[in-house]
Design a protein around this ligand. Structure first.
Ligand code: FDA
Length: 393
């Protein structure tokens, strides 16, 4: 039997950072993953440039039964702490928008940094390794891998969520939690494109490929001013991904294609200034032409401003500023960036990420019921929760 101090399952963002931290503290650490490579989601993240954190990270950008659970981990290993490591490694990065930090070159540089940390900390990394069974006997964990059994004092589950099964995502972490009697908050795909029925989709299909940046997309009181993208399957882009985490079946979402503008007032002023201008020309100053054509067609409008009544201008402004649509679903785990829900925070101690009922068992990263908005928050949660566990195991 192979004996280690700490066995970590899942060599993604959280698993790698936690393993390196524990290794640095002199623990004998084995890190296993069934995938061929470590940190595969980091590689594809942020369009290949990894939005590795957000300078504005706080618990307020997280969805969870108890977002405040994140306060202490996010404070103890903050966005600035991770940025410090990126700087020290001389990885060039830039702020894209809204505090989001991306690598200038490639996400692979973040993976390489973490792999080097693992090596320097003496962590044993085993890839292409399946975990068949987890048991606890006495105060030790016995874990059955493909070719051997491992005995560990501490077991850290860092297997992420269910998003993108093609990349090796599984519900393993939730199963382990349930096996040990821990509550798991119902999971659902989040940060995911939304889909529509044929009658809604047919008219907007011709807009596929068009972006509105920014659009204000809202659900109840929650709203995001970010880019919206029309696709062949429905709506996507950052604004839609953000709202998808809040949307529930049966709900409508609102789209304001011209946030921060009083369109009705603007159109009236334009009419007064020069009524001979075509409505299409005026609107095209603010919106992509294909969107303008689509809206004018649905409103059965055209011609010069002078010929359009206040009532019609008002109705046009409403159609653009308060477009209400009802998604029928989402693209699901196949394309979702993250998974909402997970191991309930009240089962865990946020000073260590250890299960309160099961000494020695830890959960970190996305498998926990702590889901960030789009914008680098999810990686920061992975780093912060992993660091905390890394100091404790
Ligand atoms: P992660 O999923 O990274 O790692 C889990 C590991 O466990 C994987 O290596 C997996 O193979 C392994 N595993 C799973 N089941 C197993 C089993 N049964 N046995 C053994 N191993 C198992 N976030 C962000 O902040 N900025 C960004 O730019 C992006 N971009 C982005 C793009 C895309 C396309 C996706 C899908 C996601 C993002 N994210 C993101 C989200 C981010 O990738 C995610 O929140 C973190 O990777 C979560 O880190 P974890 O380590 O918790 O899980």
């Amino acid at each position: 039997m192979h004996r280690v101090d700490v066995l970590i399952i899942g060599a993604g963002a959280a698993g790698m950072l936690a393993a390196a931290e524990a290794g640095k503290r002199g623990r004998r650490v084995l890190l296993v993953d069934h995938a061929k490579k470590a940190g595969d989601k980091i590689r594809i993240s942020g369009g290949g440039r990894c939005n590795f954190t957000n300078v504005n990270t706080s618990f307020k950008q997280f969805l969870s039964e108890n977002p405040r659970f994140a306060i202490s981990p996010l404070k103890r290993f903050s966005a600035q702490d991770f940025i410090g490591r990126v700087r020290q490694r001389q990885i060039a990065f830039h702020e894209k928008t809204l505090g989001q930090l991306f690598c200038d070159e490639s996400a692979q540089l973040i993976i390489d940094m973490l792999l080097d940390d693992l090596r320097d900390a003496g962590v044993e990394l085993r890839l292409k390794t399946n975990v068949h069974r987890v048991q606890k006997t006495g105060d030790r964990f016995v874990v059955e891998l493909d070719d051997e059994q491992v005995e560990a004092d501490k077991l850290v589950v860092a297997t992420g969520g269910k998003s993108i099964p093609k990349m090796g995502a599984t519900g393993f972490g939730y199963d382990v939690a349930q096996q040990f009697g821990l509550r798991v908050v119902e999971t659902r795909p989040a940060l995911v494109p939304l889909t529509f029925d044929q009658s809604t989709l047919a008219p907007i299909k011709e807009l596929a490929g068009v972006a509105i940046d920014p659009a204000r997309v809202s659900h109840g009181k929650t709203r995001f001013d970010e880019a919206l993208l029309f696709t062949h399957r429905g709506l996507s882009g950052p604004a839609i991904l953000q709202i998808s985490s809040f949307w529930r079946e049966g709900d409508q979402i609102g789209v304001n294609m011209l946030p921060g503008m009083d369109l009705f007032a603007q159109l009236r002023a334009a009419r007064q200034e020069n009524g001979k201008r075509a409505i299409q020309t005026v609107l095209s100053q603010h919106l992509p032409k294909r969107v303008v054509d689509f809206v004018l067609e649905t409103q059965q409008l055209g011609g010069n401003l002078a010929d359009i009544s206040d009532k019609k201008l008002k109705s046009l402004a409403t159609a653009i500023e308060q477009w209400m649509i009802k998604p029928t679903g989402s693209e699901g785990y196949r394309t979702a960036e993250v998974t909402l829900g997970g191991v309930a925070t009240d089962e865990l101690d946020n000073r260590t990420m250890e299960a309160k009922k099961v000494p020695g068992l830890y959960f970190i990263g996305e498998v926990v019921d702590m889901t960030g908005w789009l914008g680098g928050y999810n990686f920061q949660w992975a780093w912060s929760s992993a660091w905390v566990a890394g100091q404790a195991v």
